[in-house]
Design a binder for this molecule. Structure first.
Ligand code: CTP
Length: 389
């Protein structure tokens, strides 16, 4: 996010403590965060906490510095209020500027996101609902609130949305939507081919690369369907996740969603072999001498045969930088791009946060990329996809 500035206004709700985590995660994602607090927010958490996390002085008063009520807003790529109380929302909707967030609101000209937090009765109140709908009409984004237990002990719609959802909304609000017209099908993770009810054949894929592609594509405006084998990863926000176990299940899910897809990116490490038959009961160790295997369906080859005008991207996980083998897969599976990774290289392949890839296109152009975090590799793959005519 190249150090884009986010103005994070914290108002007087018990959820204020969660905003510390919002600030921390935004910084981890490359943003600079300027926290501003209302006097009421300071009853719940101290400015020092935000100063420690953001590394910047926190302002709490219109008179904290000359023109800070104008300059902070001018510098901000995004104006966030989390948590936003009923009082703040009502004041913003009619432009009352009796505190620092209210003043900044009137001077800010870019995108804005509000994460309300309040008792469900306050949220339902006609004045609050009217303010929210007016602000929405003027282009302000709202995240939550969600239903659940409230600090006062009651249950209802009023809890601030999850920190992860709020952070994702901020990232998405500042990501150009260059994939808006795309409907992208992504596969990820390993498949598990059962031997008996207890055991299976699989591989070391963690699903990180496919999940990173799905998340990046969604942030860039694509509608994303993610078909994934078993992983321990949190599903990306705003992505339709279809969990599967075995290769034939992945094949069925891919074929079902293929007609609506404009592009397919197959990052899954589909198990190449499965036991010829799954035993119904646990195999006793004295009863086995060998397992007979059969090949699983080659899903990408089948997709390649029905490619149409879709863009197809495959992966080639090789033990060595085997360009010839990757080119063979590119041609044999009718792909536009293949992403070769040599899993023996440090920082590449399975179960790590980084990757080292070479991308080969169907015209034979070969591009080597340095060691990068998987989210960066994901964006490069999407950039390369967009270049295909
Ligand atoms: N793939 C697939 N179905 C399979 C095996 C692989 O759809 N049964 C896809 C993978 O998702 C990947 C590409 O095909 O995008 C290449 O996978 P890879 O395992 O590198 O190659 P294989 O074709 O399986 O050949 P081999 O294992 O012999 O190298």
């Amino acid at each position: 996010m190249n150090g884009k500035n986010i103005l994070l206004c914290v108002t007087g709700s018990i959820a204020a403590y969660k905003s510390v985590d919002i600030a921390r995660r935004l910084i981890e994602n490359g943003f600079r965060v300027q926290a501003v607090m209302t006097k009421a927010a300071c009853n719940f958490i101290t400015p020092l906490t935000f100063e420690a996390v953001t590394g910047r002085p926190v302002l709490t008063d219109v008179f904290s510095g000359p023109f800070s009520h104008i300059n902070l807003a001018k510098e901000a790529a995004l104006f966030m209020i989390a948590p936003a109380t009923a009082n703040t929302i009502n004041k913003l909707s009619c432009g009352i500027a009796d505190d620092l967030p209210g003043n900044l609101w009137l001077t800010h000209e870019g995108p804005a996101l509000i994460a309300p937090a309040m008792n469900y009765r306050m949220y339902k109140h006609p004045s609050v609902q009217k303010s929210i709908s007016g602000l929405k009409k003027s282009g302000v984004g709202f995240i939550g609130p969600v239903s659940g237990g409230l600090a006062c002990g009651e249950e209802g719609e009023g809890r601030m949305a999850d920190v992860a959802t709020i952070v994702e909304a901020a990232i998405s609000a500042l990501t150009p939507k260059d994939l808006k017209k795309q409907n992208i099908l992504v596969t990820a993770g390993p498949t598990r081919e059962p031997i008996d009810p207890v055991r299976y054949i699989s591989n070391r894929s963690s699903g990180r690369m496919g999940f990173a592609i799905a998340r990046a594509a969604s942030r860039r405006g694509a509608k994303v369907t993610l078909i994934s084998g078993p992983t321990s990863l949190m599903p990306p926000e705003n992505v339709c996740l279809i969990p599967v176990q075995r290769a034939p299940e992945m094949e069925a899910a891919v074929m079902k969603h293929l007609p609506g897809a404009t592009s397919v990116i197959m990052a899954a490490a589909v198990a190449d072999f499965a036991p010829s038959a799954m035993e119904k009961s646990k195999i006793r160790k004295d009863d086995i001498s060998a397992i007979t295997l059969k090949k699983t369906p080659d899903i990408l080859r089948k997709v390649g045969a029905r490619k149409g005008r879709r863009i197809l991207v495959g992966f080639a996980a090789e033990t060595g930088k085997d360009i010839e083998s990757a080119k063979k897969k590119l041609r044999g599976k009718n792909l536009d791009l293949i992403v070769l990774n040599d899993i023996t290289q440090k920082g590449a392949g399975f179960d790590v946060d980084t990757n080292v890839v070479t991308i080969i296109d169907k015209k034979g152009k070969i591009t080597d990329y340095p060691l990068m975090k998987k989210p960066e590799v994901a964006n490069i793959i999407l950039d390369r996809m967009l270049e295909i005519k």
